[in-house]
Design a protein around this ligand. Sequence first.
Ligand code: TXA
Ligand code: MG
Length: 363
Amino acid sequence: MPQPYTASTRVLGVNPYSPEAEVIEAAADVIKASGLVAFPTETVYGLGGSARDAEAIRRIYSAKGRPANNPLIVHISGASQLEEVAVEIPSVAHQLVDAFWPGPLTLVLRRADSIPPTISAGRDTVAVRMPAHAVALALIEAAGVPIAAPSANLFTRPSATTAEHVMTDLGGRVDLILDGGPTSIGLESTVIDLTAKTPIVLRPGGVTLEALGAMLPVIELYRPSALLTDEVTSALPSPGMLAKHYSPEAELLLFNGSFTAVTARIKQVAQEQIAAGRHVGALVVDEDRPYFADLADQIVIVSLGSKNDLPQVGRSLFAALRALDAQGVDVILAHSFEESGIGATIVDRLTRAAEGRVIDVGA
Ligand code: TXA
Ligand code: MG
């Protein structure tokens, strides 16, 4: 259920393809005054502030409730702006920029002195990307500065893919929300660290590992294996890797295995959970629907789309988790996906949302 918009957070509708100049001007004025603007990108909504302004950066961390050890991504509006943000840029960075920008790929590079260290939680690196969204690009240009923006959700909650999600989490904590409709990818950018000898993928995202692997040797370092404590988190190459992330309030159980085995097990566990008096949600695919027909009025069933349309599954994932939370379920039983292409990103987010509760049911 979308929350009513609060008085202290302004919301302006914006055309996602051809943003109105006066809306962008109003948003840029907020950024110039050290304020915060939530805006759409092609991945998820970002919570933006001037990347040159230590006060704006402080406000971002505070609005999200984000620990100071988890660095932010700097957004730029053109590849030529990269030199304003990073130094010692290796040639592989330029190759990736040519291939994937504007788009859902974030590069971790050495940080330029003009970027406050707090953006990077004190590290000498900086994460930077050029989003493929007319509103984001127009805002960065009108503000005249790169824009620091984490995903516009409260810390550990699923990312926001609509302006209503932003309002639910950050209403009263952000000055302005630009409502450009639902985001097209629905999953965050891929983060790749280019500061070591071999590029390391820190977070799978909108650019697939296959697409990256076709261009360069990459190391994947992202599997969320165990629950990590805060102390361990600070020492990680990318603190956003911590297992508890993108989490619904309900406990999520992720089921892995053949379609038939998973569907049968979800149904069995749903019946057990109902018997135990719990309010059950099921996160399924369209193909599952007929199997759950007899449980349809006892559990909340949300479909992510066809198992054969993974981009659609990715687009609906975070909204589905939020919808199940809004229904007040105690437990969410979720069908896993094939880990090829964008499927690897979907499985990564589901695994983190499950906080390690992954159940292998075999063939
Ligand atoms: O698609 C996206 O990337 C969205 C949109 C708004 O651009 N942004 C986003 O930001 O997802 P955030 O802050 O939620 O996630 C940024 C990720 C985190 O996992 C963080 O740890 C990692 O990038 N990161 C940022 N700076 C880093 C750095 N200097 N070194 C290593 N990892 C970094
Ligand atoms: Mg985030």
